[in-house]
Ligand binder design. Sequence first.
Ligand SMILES: *Cc1c(COP(=O)(O)O)cnc(C)c1O
Length: 374
Amino acid sequence: MASFNRVIIDRAALAHNYRYLRAKAGDGVRFMAMVKSDAYGHSMIHAVDVLSAQGCDLFGVAEMNEAVALRDTGCGGDIFVFVGFDHAEVDYFYTHDLTPVVFSVEDLSAISKGNKKFNTTLDVYLKFDCGMGRLGFDPKQAGQVFETCESLAIKPAGIMSHFPCSDDRSSDHSRQASETFFRISGGDIQASHGNRMKASICNSGGILYHPYAHGDMVRSGISIYGYYPDGGAGQQPGENGLRPAMSLMTRVIQTKNVPAGAGISYGHTYITDRPVRLAVLPIGYSNGYFRTMSNKAEVLIGGRRAPVRGRICMNMCMVDITGMEGVEIGAEAVLMGSQGKETIDADQIGIWSDTISYEVLCSLGNNNRREFAP
Ligand SMILES: *Cc1c(COP(=O)(O)O)cnc(C)c1O
């Protein structure tokens, strides 16, 4: 059944963003679309469908269950599992032709057993922590890691790392991290190890702001979905750049006039200072519309900005439509997207809710009914 709340995913925008980023990555660089967390709320299956049609053949997810689900839809590209795996489930790498990103000796042992069981040699990517302080082997231990691989007859097809600050173009950190990283892939260790391994460190920020670090493969998430990792500060005026792919609308379910001095919503955190006209919208924090935006956010109604008044409830919120002629029950309200000349994007919602576009997209996309525009 339908819902008043509709997330619309613009498939043409996803395709455009892919082509834009693919060109930025440069020739000879493989391009991975990160589709974890149901493609940042955009639907993994639909995003992969659009991107595959554009020629993308490389996808990244967090967990094994996402990878298996994706393969089971018939996806023919390479699928990488980034956030480890339960060793009891190692068989899926072989049965579903998936690629592990490995960051511990225990993982390597589990894969060594899998290789024997399936009588094959899986391509494995080794993750190094070059300053993120998250997953990965210590780059100083790279030599030992490669030796362990050799002793277990494991084939490292490539190495990976992740930038912590690539959204900051002026920070020197990315250059240092990439130097540490490419020393592993380019140095003696590599030479003593036969074939040159593929190297990949760039996320969207790396692709856009640190082209010297593209290496053999780049991995884009947020920018596929139409956002700059630094919240738009990187956008050149007039550049035909990224296009946000997700929008969210709902409908007015009641309008009412309230007098001056009336308290609105739980806790009466908003008291009217004059007579106002309110619209009630059937969307709240259970739809991913963060409660921290109470008394801060705005929505678009009749092409104008209507401020949220009082606390955002679980399934509802109230907005001020004083002076907006003709706004009646059933009127469209845009929470994210454009209406008339006005636009509200995930960066703006991130400012109101003290978070980033990434979380806004996951939260709104994964908690509402989605529709897919051609
Ligand atoms: C999510 C993720 C990315 C994509 O990052 P964006 O900033 O969204 O482009 C790249 N690499 C890894 C390991 C990730 O987890």
